[in-house]
Design a protein around this ligand. Structure first.
Ligand code: SF4
Length: 372
C-alpha cells in the first residue's frame, strides 16, 4: 500500500472527497509527518479559497456574566467564581459606538455576544433593532452569539439583516456531558439547524484542551462539515482562575497547529479562525496559524486580554498576508503603532499569563481611552 502523505490530502480536500479516519487522524498523530509539511499542505487548501486574506473579528460582550448555565469552561457560568465584570445588556448607543470603532479598526465582522441560556422573544426584538441600525450605518458584517435560539427567533434576526449566527458545538457529542449539564449537545445542534433553516450563515467551533481525545476532535470537525458551518473558530482553553475547567491537558503549539490543519482539510472552504487562547498556547508559533487559518480575533476575547490590535495587524503584515477590509493594512498598522506606543506600559505580556479584561476593555465606548 502506498503510504499517505500530507500532500496527498490536498487534492482530496479540494475536490470535496471525504478523508478516511486514518488519513484525518494522521494529521493529528502521525509522528513521521513533520508539522511544516502538514502546514504546507493545509496552506494549499486555504489559498484555493482565501488566497492570502485574513478576516479580523472583534468581539463585543453585549451582556456579560449572570448566566444560569454551567458550561465548565466559561467564566460567566453560574458555577464559576472568576472575578469578571458582570453587566446586563448594553444600551444601543454603546453598541453603536463599539460597532463604529470595530469598523474603523479594520474588522470585517462585528460579533455581539450575549451571556445566558438564550434570548426571550422581547430580547430577540431588541437584538433585531440593534442589527438593523448597525447594518444601516456601517458596511460591516454582523454576527450574533445569543445562546439557544428557536426557528422563529432565527427568522426575526435574519429579517433584521443578521449575516451569521454563532453557536459553538465546543466538543463532541460523547464528551459534551462532561463539560455541561444544563443543556445538551442536541440543543446546540437544534440551534444551528434553526439558523440554517432561516438562511443564516453558521459560525460554530470547538474549544481544545477540555480533556478531549483525537477522536472527539475529528468528530467535531466532521459534524461542522455536516452542518455546512461557514465559519469555524478553534479556541484553546484559557485557564482562568475561578473557572471550573482550567488545565485538563497540555496543549502544545504543534498540537494546536495540527488541529487547525485538520479542520482546514475537512472544511476546505470554511473560514477557520485561530480563536481565543492563540497567544497563550501557540506562543512564538502563532504566526504559523495563518497558514491553515484565515481568520483571527483582535483585541482579546470574551473576558480575557489577547494581543493588541497593533500586535495582531503587524503580525499579519509581517507575514505577507492582507486583511479583508476596506481599510488599508499598512495604514492601520501605523495608526495602531502610535496608540500602542502611548499605552505600551499598561499592556501586559500575553504569552505567559492570563489577564482578565477590565471594565474599560469590555465597555470602551464609555471610557475616554476607548473613545480614542
Ligand atoms: S457559554 Fe454561554 S451558556 Fe454557557 S455558561 Fe457561558 S455564557 Fe452561559
Amino acid at each position: 500500500m502506498i503510504p499517505i502523505t500530507p500532500l496527498a490530502l490536498v487534492e482530496k480536500s479540494l475536490s470535496g472527497l471525504p478523508l478516511s479516519d486514518a488519513e484525518a487522524l494522521a494529521v493529528l498523530n502521525n509522528a513521521d509527518w513533520d508539522v511544516m509539511d502538514i502546514l504546507y499542505a493545509a496552506y494549499q487548501v486555504r489559498k484555493a479559497t482565501w488566497g492570502k486574506q485574513v478576516s479580523i473579528h472583534i468581539i463585543n460582550n453585549a451582556q456579560n456574566g449572570y448566566c444560569p448555565e454551567d458550561c465548565k469552561y466559561c467564566v460567566q457560568a453560574k458555577t464559576s467564581t472568576a472575578d469578571i465584570e458582570s453587566y446586563t445588556l448594553k444600551e444601543e448607543s454603546e453598541i453603536m459606538a463599539e460597532a463604529k470603532s470595530a469598523y474603523e479598526s479594520g474588522a470585517h465582522r462585528y460579533c455581539m455576544v450575549f451571556s445566558g441560556r438564550g434570548p426571550s422573544k422581547n430580547r430577540v426584538e431588541k437584538l433585531a433593532g440593534y442589527i438593523q441600525k448597525i447594518k444601516a450605518q456601517y458596511p460591516i458584517e454582523v454576527c450574533v452569539s445569543s445562546g439557544l435560539l428557536d426557528a422563529e427567533g432565527a427568522k426575526t434576526l435574519k429579517a433584521a439583516g443578521l449575516d451569521r449566527l454563532n453557536h459553538n458545538l465546543n466538543t463532541s457529542e460523547s464528551h459534551y456531558k462532561n463539560i455541561c449539564t444544563t443543556h445538551t449537545y442536541q440543543d446546540r445542534l437544534d440551534t444551528l439547524q434553526a439558523g440554517k433553516s432561516a438562511g443564516l450563515g453558521l459560525c460554530s467551533g470547538m474549544i481544545l484542551g477540555m480533556g478531549e481525545s483525537h477522536a472527539d476532535i475529528l468528530n467535531v470537525a466532521r459534524s461542522l462539515a455536516a452542518v455546512d458551518a461557514v465559519s469555524i473558530p478553534i479556541n484553546f482553553l484559557i485557564p482562568v482562575e475561578g473557572a471550573v475547567l482550567k488545565s485538563e491537558q497540555v496543549l502544545t503549539p504543534e498540537h494546536c497547529l495540527r488541529v487547525l490543519c485538520l479542520f482546514r482539510f475537512l472544511n476546505p472552504k470554511a473560514e477557520i479562525r485561530a480563536a481565543a487562547g492563540r497567544e497563550l498556547h501557540l506562543r512564538q508559533l502563532q504566526v504559523l496559524a495563518l497558514y491553515p487559518a484565515n481568520s483571527l480575533f483582535m483585541q482579546g476575547y470574551l473576558n480575557t486580554q489577547g494581543d493588541s490590535a497593533f500586535q495582531t495587524l503587524q503580525m499579519i503584515h509581517d507575514a505577507g498576508f492582507d486583511i479583508a477590509s476596506d481599510q488599508q493594512l499598512d495604514k492601520l498598522v501605523e495608526k495602531f503603532r502610535a496608540v500602542s506606543s502611548e499605552t505600551e506600559k499598561s499592556v501586559p505580556s500575553r504569552a505567559d499569563q492570563v489577564v482578565l479584561k477590565q471594565l474599560n476593555d469590555l465597555r470602551p465606548a464609555r471610557t475616554p481611552l476607548g473613545a480614542r
